[in-house]
Design a protein. Structure first.
Length: 270
């Protein structure tokens, strides 16, 4: 880090840094997240932090898994927050590393509130959210003047793991030209039904992006009506982002990653 022409903040003992690791590609880590990663006394990471990023943690720094994945055994949010507080009270520099951005459907706000209530100093380090970076790697611009000047981000399940009932699905269906839905695979069929019932076109373009920005990234293009069926047929697994809107059609020309990989494979062939 000595070549950086500006100063980065000191990672002080007893502090917790809530950092976003980005959607997976280690090159998308911010400088501040990398600084925390290499100066922490302990790294508490979640299930969506990529193996490449975890491999870059210095061996001398303990790593603790504290991931939450729907439908799988995992620590409670209260337990995770308590662990952060206990480490900080022991004078450790604690890096809480989360996939994407900690404040975008990442429970970063909940953990920050617990830290604040306990009197633990903390810093928030934003990361590139999968709903932005993941779509860019899929060749789908989040906005385009010919298709949309507004975007709505929403989650596909609530704290209980069900379809969020606090969302006004009719207003969402009618009010935004592009929808980006996190954690939607499990409930994709009822979400599609709610959107179509709310006035969304059944033949509207949809893309499902799994393992965004990673070498294993897959993109399924379909229509809203067929989204759940197409995801099942392609055996798409979480984590995945679902984007609904005409902006998906731009991928035909903007799939830069797919074209690059195809050219590289051709060039490498004997």
């Amino acid at each position: 880090m000595s070549d950086i022409p500006f100063a980065l903040p000191e990672f002080e003992p007893g502090w917790v840094w809530l950092a976003g690791a980005g959607p997976g590609d280690p090159g998308l880590l911010t400088l501040l997240a990398w600084h925390g990663l290499t100066h922490a006394d302990v790294v508490v990471y979640d299930a969506l932090v990529s193996e490449e990023i975890l491999a870059s943690v210095p061996r001398a720094i303990p790593r603790e898994h504290a991931g939450k994945r729907g439908g799988k055994p995992s620590p409670t949010q209260a337990d995770i927050s308590l662990r952060l507080i206990e480490h900080a009270r022991r004078g450790k520099r604690v890096l809480r590393l989360k996939g994407g951005d900690p404040m975008v459907f990442g429970r970063g706000g909940e953990e920050a509130l617990h830290l604040a209530e306990a009197g633990i100093p903390f810093r928030v380090i934003p990361g590139i959210s999968a709903g932005i970076g993941g779509l860019a790697y899929a060749g789908i611009p989040l906005t385009h003047r010919d298709t949309n000047s507004a975007v709505t981000f929403l989650t596909g399940h609530n704290a209980m793991g069900a379809v969020p009932d606090q969302i006004d699905w009719t207003s969402v269906a009618k009010g935004s030209p592009v929808l980006v839905i996190y954690m939607a695979l499990k409930h994709l069929e009822p979400i599609v039904e709610r959107l179509i019932a709310g006035g969304r076109r059944a033949d509207e373009p949809v893309a499902i992006v799994s393992d965004a920005t990673l070498p294993t990234q897959r993109v399924v293009e379909t229509t809203l009506r067929r989204a759940a069926e197409a995801a099942a047929a392609a055996r798409i697994e979480p984590p995945a982002i679902v984007v609904v809107g005409e902006v998906v059609t731009l991928r035909r020309e903007l799939d830069w990653l797919g074209r690059f990989v195809a050219r590289r494979k051709v060039a490498a062939a004997p």
